[in-house]
Write a protein that binds this ligand. Structure first.
Ligand code: PEP
Length: 259
């Protein structure tokens, strides 16, 4: 992954209320410190439910933890009559570094379109949040063999109108939908194939310098047992972990993938 610092990110999804979330984060911090491993060579981030973020902020800053955090979604608007939505402004004020944009569960369950996601990316940058843009194909597309074209199509549409200096800060997570929460993991070769294709697409549009700066993560049934082989791929700069991020010990072992 060259000079790119690997990012190990945990997406808690709609799990862990604000009490459980604090317990999980405390356990994770203890486990990482106990191991006397310099996990600061990698970046660690968690994506808790919105209602956990205030508590996470207090714990991270109170205990000076080297753990970043972010929201799982944001509105494309900054404030106003958008009942139930959360502004990037609010996330930034809670100390969020990151925000997930276009997770496949948002695309499928909430019907989020590439046009909306493009607006959400711009909203994130308006508030200095780093978006982790999720892209990836479903099973039908994978079977048809058009997964690279499909995923690059999402990327192109989502990045529409985004200036180069913002694109270079972006994190892209390749998450094949058929591998999310299914126990079915794409092979390291599949992760590398798509990550290289994403980087080549970025290089073609924004130049090698920008493409070399963007971190590309893999997500889909990542566990401690398969993390090292995946992150070891030249164009894979970390992982986005769902299920396994709810277990502090397992997630800590993913963070320590090198050992
Ligand atoms: C995810 O939701 O981003 C994810 C990759 O989930 P899991 O690790 O459970 O497949």
């Amino acid at each position: 992954s060259g000079t790119r610092v690997p990012l190990i990110a945990g997406n808690w999804k709609m799990n862990m209320d604000h009490v459980q979330g604090i317990t999980l984060l405390q356990k994770l911090a203890w486990t990482l410190d106990d191991a006397k491993h310099d996990y600061r060579r990698v970046e660690v981030a968690v994506f808790p439910p919105f209602t956990d973020l205030r508590g996470v902020q207090t714990l991270v800053h109170g205990d000076d933890l080297s753990i970043a955090y972010g929201g799982q979604d944001l509105s494309d608007q900054d404030s106003g009559a958008y009942t139930g939505d959360i502004s990037g402004q609010f996330l930034a004020k809670l100390g969020c570094t990151y925000v997930l944009v276009g997770h496949s569960e948002r695309r499928t369950i909430h019907g989020e379109t590439d046009e909306q996601l493009s607006a959400k990316l711009k909203a994130a940058f308006r508030h200095d949040l780093v978006p982790v843009l999720c892209v990836g194909e479903g099973l039908e597309v994978r079977r048809a063999g058009t997964h690279v074209e499909h995923t690059l199509g999402q990327l192109r549409a989502d990045l529409e109108g985004l200036p180069e200096d913002q694109v270079r800060q972006l994190v892209v997570a390749y998450e094949p939908v058929w591998a999310i929460g299914t126990g079915e993991v794409a092979g390291p070769d599949d992760a590398q194939e798509m990550s290289a294709a994403i980087r080549a697409e970025l290089a073609g549009r924004y130049g090698d310098d920008v493409a070399g700066a963007v971190r590309v993560l893999y997500g889909g049934s990542v566990k401690a047992a398969n993390a090292a082989a995946i992150i070891g791929q030249p164009d894979v700069d970390g992982v986005l972990v769902g299920g396994a991020s709810l277990d502090a010990g397992e997630f800590a072992n993913i963070v320590r993938f090198e050992s």
